[in-house]
Design a protein around this ligand. Structure first.
Ligand SMILES: NC(=O)c1ccc[n+]([C@@H]2O[C@H](COP(=O)([O-])OP(=O)(O)OC[C@H]3O[C@@H](n4cnc5c(N)ncnc54)[C@H](OP(=O)(O)O)[C@@H]3O)[C@@H](O)[C@H]2O)c1
Length: 263
């Protein structure tokens, strides 16, 4: 398939979380170019180092940040280090995430499903984004792109920890978009459908999924268009159905989604 032209990032500073694998890594591999400067954040430092080598091989610069976003202090410090190294970013791709499919019954035995999901998908990313947004606000330009899920505004039985934490992230991004627009900062929500990555491997069997490279193209599209949300074509209709008949839709979705709940 023909890929979209990546954005020209010559002279741009781009912060990418969740850069070690999947969508974030596919984006950096595609978009690195001479003059680009990347701060690369995830926990697996070895994978970030190999990606940084690839960026440098293309004539760019890379800062490797092996950080666990669940530690809000570490997340904030990482953002401050990226600012010290490169100055205010042009684009922040807040893409790191954790997916836990767990029913209410199974969560009773694993309440950490909630705390881990919220820390990875909401509080950690916000702690990391805040110093970067302040720096962009001071300069009067910038772009925050947040990886979310098409399910963030739907009801998906069996997926409480993931959907609830992404809903919080989605709502915070919408709020930030409204507040920051007058300061020259765009916010884009990427409402991804199922994407074939490490994250979705346990739940992929027999289901159609986007490739990580196609999903990475959404990040490129966001940088070019600065649209508030990029979503699959069917999402608006699903959200209207959810608003009009939430119980019936949740029952219909639940027949398949609940089977994916982990013990
Ligand atoms: N795949 C899908 O079907 C799908 C659907 C909708 C939305 N999304 C969203 O798309 C984004 C990218 O996911 P992906 O599909 O590319 O999956 P992935 O390959 O598993 O990537 C997730 C990334 O997040 C990083 N990460 C996870 N926990 C972290 C933590 N505590 N601290 C720092 N980094 C952490 C991982 O790196 P380390 O393990 O090295 O820390 C990895 O780089 C996520 O926000 C996800 O929720 C994915």
């Amino acid at each position: 398939m023909t890929r979209k032209q990546p954005p020209d990032l010559d002279g741009k500073v781009v912060v990418v979380t969740g850069a070690s694998s999947g969508i974030g890594r596919a984006f950096v591999e595609r978009a690195a170019c001479p003059g680009s400067r990347f701060a690369l954040l995830a926990r697996r430092g070895d994978l970030l180092e190999s990606l940084a080598d690839a960026v440098r091989g293309r004539g760019g610069e890379a800062l490797v940040q092996p950080v666990d976003l669940r530690d809000a202090d570490a997340a904030r410090t990482a953002a401050e280090e990226a600012l010290a190294e490169f100055g205010p970013p042009d684009v922040v791709v807040a893409n790191a995430g954790l997916s836990i499919a767990r029913s209410v019954a199974a969560t009773a035995a694993r309440p950490d499903s909630i705390t881990r999901s919220v820390a990875t998908n909401f509080t950690g990313p916000v702690a990391h984004a805040l110093p970067l947004l302040e720096a962009m606000r001071g300069r009067g330009t910038g772009h925050l792109i947040g990886s979310s899920t098409a399910n963030a505004r739907l009801t998906i039985p069996g997926w409480g920890p993931y959907v609830a934490s992404k809903s919080a992230w989605d709502a915070w991004l919408r709020t930030a978009a409204a507040e920051l627009a007058p300061h020259g900062i765009a916010v884009t929500i990427l409402a991804f459908p199922l994407v074939a990555t490490e994250m979705s491997r346990p739940t992929l069997t027999g289901r159609r999924a986007m490739s990580a490279e196609d999903a990475a193209d959404w990040i490129s599209e966001a940088i070019g268009s600065r649209r508030p949300r990029i979503a699959p074509w069917w999402l608006r209709a699903a959200e209207v159905a959810n608003a009009v008949a939430p119980t019936a839709l949740a029952r219909a979705i639940g027949r398949s989604s609940q089977r994916l709940s982990q013990p």
